[in-house]
Design a protein around this ligand. Sequence first.
Ligand SMILES: NC(=O)c1ccc[n+]([C@@H]2O[C@H](COP(=O)([O-])OP(=O)(O)OC[C@H]3O[C@@H](n4cnc5c(N)ncnc54)[C@H](OP(=O)(O)O)[C@@H]3O)[C@@H](O)[C@H]2O)c1
Length: 422
Amino acid sequence: MPEDDPECDIVVWGATGVAGELVAEYLTERYGPAELALAIGGRNERKLEHVAVDLQAENDDWDDVPIVLGDATDEESLVEIAENTAVVCTTVGPYTKYGTPLVEACVEAGTDYCDLTGEVTWVREIVDEYHDRAVENDARIVNSCGFDSVPHDLSTLLAQNYAREEFGAPCETIRLYVEDTSGGVSGGTLASASEMFEAASTDPEARETMRNPYSLAPPGEREGVDRGEQRTFKEDDLRGAWTAPSPMAAVNERIIRRSNALLDYPYGREFRCSEVIPTGRGIGGATAAGVVTGGLGLFTLGMSFGPTRSALEQFVFPDPGEGPSEKQMENGRFTVRALGRGTAEDGPFVVESVVGANRDPGYGATARMLAESAVCLLRDEVDSPLSGGVLTPASAIGEPLADRLRDAEFAITVGEYDESSD
Ligand SMILES: NC(=O)c1ccc[n+]([C@@H]2O[C@H](COP(=O)([O-])OP(=O)(O)OC[C@H]3O[C@@H](n4cnc5c(N)ncnc54)[C@H](OP(=O)(O)O)[C@@H]3O)[C@@H](O)[C@H]2O)c1
């Protein structure tokens, strides 16, 4: 935290964007001004004033939502924000393009920070550049506090904590099933995906980050037994269903491995994890898995080459600032189920943990995950030995985030796996 008492508890930086506005809406609905000194920030005063008026109109308690002006490219403005805030909660992306100066400002000011990045090549950059300095300054820089990667990182932590408590041993493997998921995607998210594909096609270090499953582990620890994401469709040996590769596995799996490394390997050094999409049993399940695999392959191919990537951006993707429809958000839902296998003294065991919500994963649910991560940091409601560094949700906050999300209507459970209920 900055040395002098900061003026503001949390700044939602990027509050005029699709995700940022939802975060500000959630925080003003959930908390009153007596509990939270909140400000909204961005580069466009007029748009911010509209957001502030809407927030005040929707919540009688909030008769003033302060505005903080700046620009992601104006370092001075970012230093001022970081020095006057306890927690900066940022949705200004693509992070590859706009994120680094804000991280630097927070690291130097010793200010806690959380974001929504799924840009794993950028996370690697800031790990290498800022982790040590963030440790020195007790600045908690917590990446990926949205659908990427809270449900995956947290369900893994819950399963591992349960296994260690109940069976005296961690799970050797965790498989994450992303199931029953429905929601939309925004122009901002697709722009961020484009930045990552561009980095991977032009920068050898970014390519290495995508190739190495351990690329987010601390330097010197970037190797292990895991071979990386599932790349084709396969029948699952545990549940007997077919599975397809999951588009965000490359991000979530690396974040989970980083959590394990930052926490000094409570999951073991031989720990392996994989994220898949289950598509059902029998011929129907196999066909669906093939279709999903093919679709993902085509998308990856299209995004890997400059001309097709530009064409997708220009003619297919929504523009930054455009989000999913009201209907998509209303009907949104997701479940991330983690099944962990381990071996106790008296034999093998399987643990199941679930994180889910009846909200659009990328927006309604993501807004709550990011907002509650910021509140956990603000109130120091964390179960973590780490007081600074470039961190992950599980390593920086841990189970207290699950408690807050349960209060925010998430379904979060952990226990022994009951095969008959599947
Ligand atoms: N992890 C997840 O599950 C998840 C889910 C949703 C979103 N995301 C990520 O979150 C990010 C935001 O997504 P979104 O859909 O909200 O995007 P968006 O609607 O395009 O919002 C981007 C925000 O950044 C602001 N901005 C852009 N350039 C800026 C600058 N130079 N200085 C200050 N502010 C600037 C925009 O301000 P203006 O309004 O002034 O343009 C806007 O407030 C993306 O990186 C996306 O990938 C992640």
